[in-house]
Design a binder for this molecule. Structure first.
Ligand code: UDX
Length: 453
């Protein structure tokens, strides 16, 4: 069985290399020739721990190749994974499905023998059924192309382990359950598709990773439901941090205490500047847009509040920095630590850190940004601030140090290390990862989001 992976962004590149690691011959396809060129040379165009090594290993072994040519992919693969992006449509909250539609239609058109398309991209519910039709219409006569929906839950920064050892696997099949009365649903199709996917994921099944088999719609919704729940947890704790900060409580202790109830759990209760990245913000908006199309605005109205709380974090952070600088940031030296939306990533999509840096700059601050991996991507997106190559350079002559992405380098920095470099001993801990006492003992003004400063 040979595998193709359509789209070689974070999801596709990780999936392609992981499939090669699992022993398959894999062909990755991307319409961007510069990506194909880099990947073919064994060079990863972004940062993802462990992936560069895996890519090199399997490009060298010959098990992993890349192309821009759909005809080559159609001739090569028995199973075609679709991992192209579904970005937010400009001027709208809905997802842009044009890349997925084009990948499915193109691979179906070029299929040279029976094949299975496996949808992995995050899509609005209802897409899989439409895409199945699209694939069938485009397949050459006599060639059977069918589709399963298999959402992806990988986290950036943990992509390889999440792909090789996921918590669970979900498989949406065309004829499952509620849609049995559908004339297009033939039970033998489902059996065939399930058998193919069991072969693809034989190693994971052997390792007892749960496989949930369901209909297309549930499979599509599992992904957005999981991301909406995670976003809700983060905004929940951030909303309470507004209270603890006002009354002099401590949001970390509060999170620890409620998190010990295992019905709640401590994970994703870290208060701070809020969530960003290529998934959570866009997925909650796309779910709202889809619910609205279905006439179900009120079902997910709470997500409006989740989004608002999240964006409010950024306004509040700018407000606290302004306050620390005596009421105006104009002409003040501000060191911003972090630009990526989270540590171990060079991704700056919808990054709270970069947004806050840009806002501080736009109201007159002299902003110096340092991120261990994301400077280059940040500079492409927002070139107007000063990007520097090290922590000492960023904090040199700073009137306030603002920690916005909790890289280990920033978690482990000490007041003694920074003191000789800064102009004023002031720090804002935007991720609640430093020890307030340690900084205060050294004469620093320490402020945090969710703890009284
Ligand atoms: C997320 C989902 O976790 C993953 O399952 C899905 O496949 C894709 O979307 P990712 O975007 O890589 O993954 O990042 P994640 O680790 O979920 O973090 C998202 C954002 O939330 C980051 O900006 C992070 O800093 C923030 N966050 C996370 C918090 O502010 N507090 C927390 O407690 C946890």
């Amino acid at each position: 069985m040979k595998i193709t992976v359509l789209g070689t962004g974070y999801l596709g590149a990780t999936h392609a290399a992981s499939m090669a690691e699992m022993g398959f011959e894999v062909l990755g396809l991307d319409v961007d020739p510069s990506k194909v060129e880099a990947l073919s040379a064994g060079v990863l165009p972004f940062h993802e721990p462990g992936l560069a090594e895996l890519l090199k290993k399997h490009v060298n072994s010959g098990r992993l190749r890349f192309t821009s040519d759909y005809a080559e992919a159609g001739a090569f693969g028995d199973v075609h994974f679709v991992g192209v992006g579904t970005p937010q449509r400009p001027g709208s909250y809905a997802a842009d499905m044009s890349y997925v539609d084009s990948a499915v239609a193109s691979i179906a058109r070029h299929a040279q023998r029976d094949a299975v398309i496996v949808g992995k991209s995050t899509v609005p519910v209802g897409s899989a059924r439409r895409l199945r039709e699209l694939a069938r219409q485009n397949a050459p006569a006599g060639v059977q192309v069918d589709l399963v929906w298999n959402p992806e839950f990988l986290r950036e920064g943990h992509g390889v382990e999440d792909t090789l050892r996921p918590d669970r696997m979900v498989l949406g099949l065309p004829g499952h359950g509620a849609h049995h009365d559908d004339a297009a649903a033939d039970p033998s199709d489902d059996q065939r598709l399930e058998a193919v996917m069991r072969e693809v994921y034989a190693q994971q099944l052997e390792a007892q990773i749960p496989l949930i088999i369901t209909d297309y719609e549930t499979a599509e919704l599992v992904k957005v439901a999981a991301n909406s729940f995670l976003a809700t947890k983060i905004s929940f704790i951030n909303s309470l941090s507004e209270l603890t900060e006002a009354v002099g409580g401590d949001i970390r202790t509060l999170a620890d205490a409620i998190g010990m109830d295992d019905r709640i759990g401590r994970k994703f209760l870290n208060a701070g500047v809020g969530f960003g990245g290529g998934c959570l913000p866009k997925d909650i908006r796309a779910l709202r847009a889809r619910a609205s199309e279905l006439g179900l605005d009120q079902s997910v109205r709470f997500l409006v509040e989740i989004d608002d709380i999240n964006i409010r974090r950024r306004d509040h952070t700018v407000g606290v920095v302004t306050d620390m600088l005596g009421g105006s940031v104009m002409g003040k030296q501000v060191a911003v630590l972090g630009a990526a939306f989270k540590p171990e990533s060079d991704d700056v999509r919808d990054s709270p850190a970069l947004d806050i840096a840009a806002r501080l700059h736009s109201i007159g601050a002299d902003v110096h940004v340092y991120d261990p991996k994301a400077n280059a991507n940040a500079a492409k997106r927002y070139p107007r601030v000063d990007y520097v190559d090290s922590l000492p350079q960023a904090v040199a002559r700073a009137e306030v140090v603002v920690l916005l992405t909790e890289w280990e380098e920033f978690r482990s920095m000490t007041p003694q290390q920074l003191a000789p470099l800064v102009k004023s001993r002031q720090i804002l801990d935007g991720r609640n990862v430093l020890d307030p006492q340690q900084w205060q003992e050294q004469g620093w003004t320490y402020r945090a989001l969710g703890r009284k400063g």
